[in-house]
Each structure stands twice: as structure tokens, then as C-alpha cells.
Design a protein around this ligand. Sequence first.
Ligand SMILES: NC(=O)c1ccc[n+]([C@@H]2O[C@H](COP(=O)([O-])OP(=O)(O)OC[C@H]3O[C@@H](n4cnc5c(N)ncnc54)[C@H](O)[C@@H]3O)[C@@H](O)[C@H]2O)c1
Length: 318
Amino acid sequence: MIKNVTIVGVGWMGRGIAQACAQGDCNVVIHDLDPGILGQARAEMKSRLGYMMEKGLIAEGSVESAMSKVSSTVNLEEAMKTADLVIEAVPEVMDTKKEVFRQMDKLCREKTILATNTSTMSISAIGAATSKPERVVGMHWFYPAYIMPPVEIIRSDKTADLIVNEARDFLLNLGKMPVVCKEVPGFLINRLQMALSNEATSLLEQGVATAEDIDNAARMSLGLRVPFWGVLKNEDMGVPKNMLLRGYEYTYQQTGSDKFRPTELMREMVRKGELGLISGKGYYNYTEETPESFAHERDEMIIKLLKFLAELGYAKLP
Ligand SMILES: NC(=O)c1ccc[n+]([C@@H]2O[C@H](COP(=O)([O-])OP(=O)(O)OC[C@H]3O[C@@H](n4cnc5c(N)ncnc54)[C@H](O)[C@@H]3O)[C@@H](O)[C@H]2O)c1
């Protein structure tokens, strides 16, 4: 079980990750090249822990107990001594990351897991700088790391299953929502985000709608469903896939754009009659849920969310 965590580089991201680990009762060593940055990181962590307590997200008195678990050093050897897990958050420059991993590999214990918070870079290339690429994994946190639930675990071809499982258990213990993916450019979350944002920008560029209307369309359609069901389950719950496929094919023919070319997976599902909730199977199996029970749940959840957004002035109630 991972208990001792070292964060290498405590700038914008590293200090938030360190805070999340300390909140989760880990012993945390923070390391940076500059002692001034270590001091700033500690001060910021303490102040944000106070904020978390104010908001009722951590218990009274836990600011001091969390901070008492954090030690700082500019000495990398010292920082590696007891680490079960090291999370590197140095700047997004491949040569810098490789050099840091080369050094950490020499200094850390045999069983230490070496994780990188890279947003874009190859986990394989970073792992290749070490003698144990099977112990190297991507662990991509989102800003602000002490609040945001998802953390991507990115595995290279060399990353061992055991390491992925240990990383996942560690994040679950911190109360995070780990999502595991293979090493592809953009990983998981940025890929999804890029597809949607790129289409929004493209529609704006073509003069199809104003920025405000594009944003309102996204907020009040997908935005009211995705928080509950995600993208794939949301699709399962909606229009049966055979009809959806027709819509994709028509849009693909009309635009000639690969963006709308239906996947082989969707065609195959339609051939097999896996149309979504309506047929009992889509991306998921539905044994208990029925279209009627889902309609009830859907309306309940959307009304709750709409009321909440309306209270904050972000939506209007029907
Ligand atoms: N900024 C974001 O929103 C965000 C989100 C997710 C992931 N990331 C990734 O996290 C990583 C860090 O990004 P950031 O925005 O926190 O950068 P940053 O520049 O704010 O912080 C980097 C820190 O690393 C330190 N550093 C530099 N070289 C070092 C070395 N050799 N050893 C130890 N410390 C060293 C710097 O002094 C600095 O404090 C990058 O890989 C980035 O892509 C960033």
C-alpha cells in the first residue's frame, strides 16, 4: 500500500497534488530546485487546506495534521529515500523529464513507482530513460488537483499491471476517480475535450452560430446529461443506435467530413441489434433498468440540476 509519496516539482500543479496526498493521510515529501518555491508551496497548501475546511470538505483541525505530514527538501536523494510513489511535476519539456527520471531511477528504492504528471508526452519515452520502465506510469491530474476528481492513469506498453492497480488503489484511497487508458496522444480527457471544443470553434469560425449560442447549446443539452451518465451511457439511453447511425451517415455524406464518419463499432452494434437501453444492451448491459424507469430517473436528475443552476443564475426553469 502506498503511504509515502514524493512530489518532484511543486509549481502550479505539484503543490496541489501534494495537498491532495496530505489530505489523504499520506506522508508527503515535496522537492523542488528552489527552497523559495518549497516555502511558497507549503504556505499555499496550508491556506487551501484552510479553505477546504471552511467548505466542510475536510474535518476541523485537519489542516495542522495534514501539514505535519509534509516535509520539504531541495535534495533529490533525500526526497527519494522512503518514497513508495514519486509523482513528477516538472515543466513539460521532454529532456527535463528524462533527466529527472534518470536521476530518480538511480536514487529511488527498487519498488518505488515512478509517475509523471505530463499532459502530453510519451510515457514510453520517459520510461525508457529508466532501468525499470515497467514501474513507470502516467498519472495526469487536473487543476485544481485538491478538488478535481479525475486522475488519468496512462500505461505504456511496458507498464506492469501491478503498477496500474497500485496506482488506481492509491487514487481511490485519496477519494479520486482514476480513469485508466493506453498511451495515445491527448490521453483520454483531452481527446474528448478536444473533439468537442474543436467542433465548437469550427462552427464559430464558419459563422454557424454565435459563441454564446454554441455555449448555451452545449450547456443545456449535453451539460444536463453528461454529469450523470457520461457520453456512452447517455447515448445508450437516447435514440436507438440504428436511427443514430442514419443521422451520422447523413451528416457524413452531407459534410464529407471524417469527423462524422460512423465507427465500425457502431455499425457492428446495429448489426447485432445492440441498440441501447431499448434493446437491453448497448455499450452496457441493462438487466434492471427499463426505458420507463430511466425516463423517471432522467427527469428527476435533470430537474434537480436545473433547479441548482437556476438558483445560481445559470439556467431558467421551464
Ligand atoms: N498547469 C496545468 O494546469 C497542468 C495540468 C495538468 C498537468 N500539467 C503538467 O504538470 C507538469 C508541471 O506543470 P506546472 O504547470 O505545474 O509547471 P510549473 O512550471 O508551474 O512548475 C514546475 C516546477 O518544477 C520545478 N522544477 C524544474 N526543474 C526541476 C527539476 N529538475 N527538479 C525538481 N524540480 C524542478 C520548477 O522549479 C517549478 O516549481 C507539466 O508536465 C504539465 O504539463 C499541468
